[in-house]
Design a binder for this molecule. Structure first.
Ligand code: BGC
Length: 811
């Protein structure tokens, strides 16, 4: 069942009922100012950091009611309604929500009044703009009232929901004309405030939530709206809000439009006040004055759309498969940008007050957005590397605002260092910019011990070389990619962190997954060494890689698939010898992607085992059989009920690893089958089962053991976005950036047909046509570059050209 449809021409998903199974959200904002916005106008706004600079309040851990947002109420006689349905939930005569790329539109009608909202954040200003157009569709004149509503968060979102004994006394506002200023804590150490304004005269305002709602009422029954009159209260403590009242008369057929602006303003420390206790409003006035007209609003929206069109044009496919076209050209790339902006901080499943930026998460996200915004990828790499320790290990997370490592969690996730190589290599393959390797980058943000980025990569590599266990496989530490496989933790008491309890390092527990990563990214490290002319270091690295391959072949192979790990007793994890958890997905994907087993048939065996033991109609499960009891020696993984999350859920992030691995052995049909199973557009029809947004990936889909098999959770902020884009663009469609130039080597289903890709790479536009006359799954027989035959798969890079046309014919 569907709750809407894709409108590809407008790059929108159109939701046709407010009663979606879960709130279906969109993200507004490109740089510093962000809003999460659901299809019923729920959500919240923050500036730069969802924890420390939260502007509006949201009710946590309450997914389906989706309480609190930026609401508009319309009072038409005794009927009070909202164009996005919430919070009054008055039945609408019609409803539509269009989530677009960086904007959303809502249209609701009730009793002959149509309210159309368009909302977005301009590319370069810290302000959310909403255009509200009210139209009288009936034959008689209408006298109605429009009320806006936002509830302020007192900036630190964590403190805001805990420290009431202080917070209920500190709220402060000012109001001048149509602008409401929220200035809590500005009197002391803050130098920023928020504004909510409208480009018209108002008939009243409210800044006290209690006055607006009345005692014991929620936002669904605001007393002041029911009364039809706001009381112009200046809030003092309690819960400051901002609400405007505009009385609107509409002749038959007449429309009136208002532009609302919710902005963030920062003043210099010595320029905070215009008079004692009166905030300096100059910057706010300047910001608001830019958006006083519908023309200015429309122009800023057009700029936003062309900004996005420019980004998305960097990879564009035309094929006969509409799902692939739509996901690649629009939604998958869009989701990659959102993960760039948010990492794992703010979504409907991440509170914005918990995790900051993950070290490994951010490095992987980079794989999906490096072609879109290479400059910002460069900056990101330097930020990430700056949180590395001198021995090559790394803080597992860092705070986006301070860019400092988070010492509550610390280090000890032993895959982290290798992801830095993965991200840097992807950046250089994309841009050719080797100057980044000579940048001076601190350790733990300490410039006095800074070295070149290249030296950081060496220490990443050597961290693994220097931390091996009894089988010469890498020590796992607190966990590897699978945060929940905690082999050194041994947590016995509720409330202890599975990751941070226990030692960060154990001398025995080892990871075959990290071993596979070491082979894959160790080779990429060696390639970078060669590129920089350090052949001796490249040879040393490759010799270490060879040793690791031997260790995997000797102790990392279980007969039909790769072992997952060795626990602290040196017992196998993910082996036929185990009672539960006999096979795991991660080492099958990573080892084959690294080329291990490709020549001796083990790769085929491993991937066949995946198909036989882990596959379901909704995707490939992370392990089987599920753990049915808590295993002290395995940690969090066995804490989940069977079928959920890392305990045999379909963890979407590593499905593309299997799909990529399939392309490494040339099985395009199977690679695509795996791609399709979790691809949002392909499963739009089962939205009532899947439940999360049909236009983006979720972190997890419940596995076969779960009660709700097929149900997804945790949409938007997941490494799935980057890995799926890498999979479809670089492996299935086969346009892979190498250090020398773009390589063309598709691995598609036999029936996929011919297709063409436009790819902007290092400033050159490649128009690539791929022909598959014999319906093969892999292999390029000829490559014509601007009409000339080229040997092999790589288009030699020539920066003097603006466009290059390429015709690849598969064998
Ligand atoms: C985390 C990743 C982790 C994955 C598997 C995600 O929630 O963001 O860092 O690799 O879970 O445990």
């Amino acid at each position: 069942m569907k709750y809407g449809f894709f409108d590809d021409n407008n790059k929108e998903y159109v939701i046709t009922t407010p009663k979606t199974p879960l709130p279906w959200i969109n993200y507004l904002g490109c740089k510093d100012f962000f809003t999460l916005l659901s299809n019923t106008c729920g959500g919240y706004t923050f500036y730069k950091d969802a924890k420390l600079l939260r502007m509006t309040r949201y009710r946590y851990n309450d997914t389906t009611p989706d309480t609190n947002g930026k609401y508009f109420y319309i009072k038409d006689g005794d009927t009070i309604w909202n164009p996005g349905w919430q919070p009054t939930k008055t039945e609408l005569d019609s409803y539509e929500c269009r989530h677009g790329i960086g904007y959303s539109k809502f249209t609701g009608t009730k009793n002959d009044v149509e309210a159309a909202l368009v909302t977005f954040v301009p590319v370069n200003d810290p302000v959310e703009l909403t255009k509200v157009t009210l139209t009288n569709k009936g034959a008689a004149k209408k006298d109605i009232q429009l009320f806006s509503y936002v509830e302020w968060c007192l900036w630190n979102a964590d403190d805001d929901m805990k420290n009431f004994q202080r917070n209920l006394s500190i709220g402060e506002v000012e109001v001048v004309d149509s602008t409401i200023y929220h200035k809590t804590e500005y009197r002391e150490r803050r130098n920023h405030y928020a504004v909510y304004s409208v480009n018209s005269k108002i008939d009243g305002f409210e800044t006290s939530r209690d006055e607006f709602r009345g005692a014991y009422n929620g936002p669904d029954k605001p007393a002041a709206v029911i009364e039809g009159k706001l009381h112009n209260t200046i809030a003092s403590g309690w819960y400051p809000i901002a609400s405007h009242q505009i009385n609107v008369s509409l002749e038959a057929g007449e429309s009136k439009t208002f532009v609302f602006a919710l902005g963030y303003v920062e003043n210099a420390e010595d320029d905070k006040w215009e008079a004692p206790s009166v905030i300096n409003k100059k910057k706010a006035i300047a910001l608001l004055s830019k958006y006083q007209t519908v023309e200015a609003f429309d122009l800023a929206l057009a700029e936003l759309c062309s900004y996005w069109d420019g980004l998305l044009a960097k990879f564009h496919i035309e094929s006969k498969d509409e799902h692939v076209n739509r996901m690649v050209n629009i939604w998958n790339q869009y989701q990659c940008m959102v993960t760039f902006n948010m990492s794992r901080s703010a979504s409907y499943y991440e509170s914005g007050i918990g995790r900051g930026m993950g070290f490994r998460d951010s490095c992987q996200d980079l794989l999906g957005f490096v072609h879109l915004i290479p400059d910002r990828a460069r900056e990101r790499i330097i930020d990430i590397a700056s949180t590395q320790f001198q021995d090559g290990s790394a803080y597992h997370q860092y705070q986006p605002l301070t860019k400092k490592g988070n010492s509550d969690i610390g280090s000890g996730f032993n895959d982290d260092p290798l992801w830095l190589i993965a991200g840097t290599s992807a950046y250089i393959r994309e841009t050719g910019d080797t100057s980044i390797l000579n940048e001076t980058v601190p350790y733990d943000n300490d410039m006095s011990v800074a070295t070149s980025l290249m030296e950081h990569l060496k220490r990443s590599f050597d961290y693994i070389v220097n931390h091996k266990g009894p089988h010469d496989l890498p020590l796992i530490g607190r966990a590897d990619w699978n945060d929940c496989l905690n082999l050194n933790c041994f947590s016995e008491h509720p409330g202890e962190s599975f990751q941070c309890f226990g030692p960060s390092e154990g001398p025995v527990a080892e990871s075959v997954f990290i071993a596979g990563m070491f082979v894959k990214y160790g080779r990429e490290y060696a390639d970078l060494c060669k590129l920089m002319g350090d052949n001796a270091e490249a040879d040393r690295a490759l010799a270490e890689v060879d040793k690791m391959i031997k260790a995997i072949e000797k102790d990392g192979w279980d007969g039909e698939w790769f072992v997952r790990a060795y626990d602290a007793y040196s017992h196998k994890v993910g082996s036929k010898e185990c009672d539960e958890g006999q096979i795991y997905i991660e080492p099958q994907g990573m080892c084959v992607m690294a080329g291990v087993g490709v020549d001796d048939g083990n790769a085929v065996k491993a991937l066949d085992s995946v198909k036989e033991k882990l596959d379901t109609k909704y995707g490939v499960m992370i392990l089987q059989p599920a753990y049915t009891r808590y295993h002290l020696e395995l940690g969090e993984i066995s804490s989940y009920p069977p079928g959920y999350k890392e305990n045999a859920g379909i963890f979407c992030h590593n499905n593309p690893w299997i799909s990529i691995a399939e392309t490494c052995i040339g099985r395009g049909d199977r690679a695509f089958e795996v791609y399709k199973k979790t691809c949002p557009s392909y499963i739009e029809d089962i939205s009532e089962i899947h439940r999360t947004e049909p236009y983006v990936y979720s972190q997890m889909v419940a596995g076969a053991d779960a009660k709700f098999h097929g149900e997804a959770k945790n949409s938007w902020l997941t490494g799935t976005a980057a890995w799926t884009f890498t999979n479809i663009s670089q492996y299935i469609l086969g346009i892979y950036p190498t250090l020398e130039g773009l390589s063309v080597n598709p691995c598609t289903p036999a029936e996929f047909g011919d297709f063409s890709v436009t790819r902007v790479y290092r400033g050159v536009t490649y128009n690539i046509e791929i022909k598959n006359p014999n319906k093969v799954q892999k292999g390029v027989a000829s490559l014509l570059v601007d009409g000339k035959e080229v040997e092999g798969n790589i288009i030699p890079f020539d920066g003097s050209k603006k466009t290059v046309s390429v015709v690849a014919t598969m064998k």
